[in-house]
Design a protein around this ligand. Structure first.
Ligand code: GLC
Length: 479
């Protein structure tokens, strides 16, 4: 099993004794390329902190550090019913969220569908029509009606880098997570959705555009006052935290300097200058073949969309060198993105024979038990590096803010579904932050913000409406 700062040694206990010497040498070579030592983690995290600070300092920095106009954390007493829509990397989800206040249970009705690939690479009109269709169907199904003067509040979770002049506005900088839809980059995504809703005459009022990281933080803080950060370890990788307005030099505002402001870091873009992240040739291939080469360097090495693809590229390399699946036509292994990150979770979780069968199904070839052990090891190597890198961003925020304890509310498939992510992430965080090895408890804990996008968008909509009613309309455009 992976120990602090080191991948498991090649010596005795990794079950690879039966494989050829050439393959064993190659595995050592791969391990070395993917190994991120404690020292390297610290160096990455230091550079991370510099990029976070630069992003707060000036517009146009590598990390956007977007102000969100979410002014602090919720009290937990927010109430009301809100429709939310969540355009994530994989699914589109519509929810009706009823908040009951007093940090109580929240009632949710929801409808989700997988985003068709044609939407992800189509045009703006098709995207908004698809979203409005889903909303219309949902409103009908739940008999949600309102008159024109009393429209239902809508929170829009838009998990892409959008700069926000207002909470109900979001100018998309660039698509991430493999999206490539014409006509939205450089435009206000909230405005485009608002227009599409008006065209269809739906009784909804877009109150807030919310990043999923901010959503995770706020949803969690609604129930858990120890929340310090919201993070997504899913298709993409990013985090949000609360800054003081006075520590955001690029923000010109009349708000008092001590006003809290949630920041969406957009730190999937960390390391775009390629000076600190230990990129392998596989990472370079992924970047070159992506719709936006040169962008989201950190995300492409650590997030769920890419882990399966990194694994595939390494396995393909072994196959092309004649070291695995010899004499077989492994053409499926040549198909980009055919292996999902769920396969990596299964390889680390399931019994060997079940893994062997699953690999045969995915690849359409015969797989031996030794090859299954090799695949297990590769899954471990790729996922371990991902989890360790993921700790660097959170450590950097904690160091910058002087945070020493609290809860990091995490959402996303890697955080929620990978059997070893949490353990590896925590271990790496401890290495970077020099936690004592014999500690009884971890001072910073990864908690689950499952459904952060829906609940978070609802709580933020509530906070926004409360602000409007209280006459505090800083950073609110509509009305
Ligand atoms: C990508 C997006 C970011 C989002 C993250 C997690 O990095 O740019 O906005 O928070 O994925 O979904």
């Amino acid at each position: 099993m992976a120990r602090r700062g080191h991948l498991p040694s090649q010596s005795k206990s990794n079950g690879l004794e039966g494989i050829s010497l050439d393959l064993r040498d190659e595995m050592i070579n791969i391990e070395n390329q993917f190994n991120v030592t404690s020292e390297k983690l610290k160096r990455i995290s230091e550079r991370f902190e510099e990029e976070l600070r630069e992003g707060l300092e000036k517009e146009g920095s590598n990390l956007s550090m977007n102000v969100t106009w979410v002014l602090g954390l919720p009290t937990g007493d927010e109430t009301g019913s809100y429709v939310t829509i969540d355009l994530g990397g994989t699914n589109l989800r519509v929810c009706l969220v009823s908040l009951k206040g007093q940090r109580e249970e929240i009632d949710i009705k929801q409808q989700a569908c997988r985003l068709p690939p044609t939407i992800k690479t189509g045009d703006a009109e098709t995207l908004w029509d698809f979203i409005v269709d889903s909303l219309e169907e949902f409103l009908k199904k739940h008999q949600l009606t309102a008159n024109r003067n009393d429209r239902l509040p809508l929170g829009f979770c838009f998990s892409y880098p959008a700069s926000q002049d207002y909470i109900d506005h979001g100018k998309l900088k660039t698509w991430t997570k493999g999206f490539d839809i014409d006509g939205v980059e450089g435009e206000d995504a909230a405005g485009q959705l608002r227009d599409a809703l008006a065209k269809r005459g739906l009784p909804l009022e877009l109150v807030a555009l919310v990043n999923d990281t901010t959503g995770a933080m706020i949803a969690s803080a609604y129930k858990d006052p120890d929340t310090i950060i919201g993070a997504i370890f899913g298709t993409g990788c990013n985090a949000a935290y609360v800054e003081n307005v006075g520590s955001i030099p690029k923000l010109k505002t009349s708000l008092p300097p001590e006003t809290p402001m949630a920041i969406n870091c957009e730190y999937g873009a960390f390391g775009n200058a390629h000076c600190v992240l230990p990129r392998t040739k596989y990472d370079i291939i992924i970047d070159d073949q992506s719709p936006r080469p040169g962008e989201q360097t950190f995300e492409k090495m650590s997030a769920g969309l890419y882990l399966g693809e990194i694994f595939r590229l390494v396995a393909l390399d072994l196959y092309e060198k004649g070291l695995i699946f010899t004499g077989q036509n492994a053409s499926k292994l040549k198909e980009p993105y055919i292996l999902e990150t769920g396969l990596l979770s299964a390889l680390e979780n399931d019994p060997l024979e079940a893994c062997r069968i699953r690999l045969e199904e995915c690849l359409g070839i015969k797989v031996t038990l030794d090859e299954t052990r090799v695949a297990h090891r590769l899954a471990e190597i790729v996922a371990t590096r991902g989890a360790r890198l993921c700790a660097c961003g959170i450590a950097a925020i904690c160091r910058m803010k002087g945070i020493t304890s609290g809860h990091v509310a995490a959402d996303g498939t890697v955080a929620n579904k990978h059997p070893k992510f949490k353990e590896r992430w925590t271990e790496a965080l401890g290495e970077i932050l020099d936690w004592p090895k014999d500690r009884r408890e971890d001072p910073i804990i990864l908690t689950s913000a499952e459904d952060g996008s829906g609940i978070g968008a609802a709580v933020i909509s509530a906070m926004t409406l409360y602000r409007i009613h209280g006459g505090n309309t800083d950073g609110i455009q509509a009305r």
